[in-house]
Design a protein around this ligand. Sequence first.
Ligand code: ATP
Ligand code: MG
Ligand code: MG
Length: 398
Amino acid sequence: GYRKGGYHAARPGDRFAGGRFVAQRKLGWGNFSTVWLAYDTLHSKFVALKIQKSARDYAHAALHEIELLSALAQGDPTNSKCVVRLLDHFKHVGPNGQHVCLVTEFLGDSLLRLIRYNRNKGIGLSRVKEICRSLLVGLDYLHSELGIIHTDLKPENVLLVSTINPAKDPVRSGFTPILDRPVGSQYGGTVISFSEKMLKMRARRAVAKISQRRVSLGGFAAEVEKERNLDGISLKCKIVDFGNACWGDQQLAGEIQTRQYRAPEVIIGSGYSYSADMWSFACIAFELATGDLLFAPKNCEGCSEDEDHLALMMETLGKMPRKIATSGTRSKDYFDRHGDLKRIRRLKFWPLDCVLVERYNFTETDAQGFADFLRPILDFTPEDRPSAAQCLKHPWLN
Ligand code: ATP
Ligand code: MG
Ligand code: MG
């Protein structure tokens, strides 16, 4: 990754955009970029700095993401629509080439981490509801106001809103900010623009220690891990990673979404729209509530992961209507002309509400309420799925 055309190798203390942003530490990475916590010396606040790989295709993808994020920011002046806010963007030239950089607001841990810390037991229904509300506000905004399909909704791409300010609370955040060049570096580092004296001291120590520190995004994970307890932590969240998002009327890729969150119409190749995001949303809600993936398909003997996936869906949701099953460009790979799977003949039906009671020990009432909310979103007919706005009105959330 760290070569010509690839990632930019940043270090704590590095400056970007003519000195305005000071890199603090790496928050995460993906196939396209590394993401750093950075200090914005102009506005005296922490931001996330996404440094894209430099090759042409990556630069192009970053520009596409900027286009979508700009539209999202423009339509949401009060920053209340539960999507990540783009603050700025610029180009940075380094040894590996020219990197497009996106500056966004700094957020906390992903739902993936939240789920991992609560493996096999879920996070409790009231918290699931809270997160569902945020997600639906975000999706309603994307779908009905902007006309954008996210196409890669999954726990990793939803970040909690961090309640910890690393500058005010360096102890809780698990790291110490560097607000200027490390003291003694070739640049001198004498100009420390930040107000608090104490932080100047800490910054010095941080230079030595920063590489050893355990990464704890916004401190949230560390906190949850230590206490195994989510009380008092805000569960507002925001949708991130618009690198694969598209305008509803300009769909490019045929195969979208990450496997476990992929909608049936994508697998059978019958076209997709906003409702594919809704399918992923339902998968995430189930995972938050139970700690397990709703569908975890495997390559099994004599059948593909795709076919196993379709079988798992039907075992939980009932048989796919023949008309739908046979409507895709790839239908013939999986279904016979009666709409039955070719290679998996015996399905073990286990409806969602029963799974919740029998496998996850939900009370009958909780299982009914939750299944009643999820089932319509998991309709095999994409057009029959409720929209995000309709879901927000569901009694389960109110
Ligand atoms: P992918 O390969 O998934 O497309 P990517 O290179 O496009 O990845 P992102 O998914 O945008 O990168 O970001 C990578 C990781 O960086 C995220 O999963 C998250 O852990 C972290 N991250 C991204 N944005 C922020 C933010 N605003 N605040 C805090 N952490 C962030
Ligand atoms: Mg990502
Ligand atoms: Mg991406």
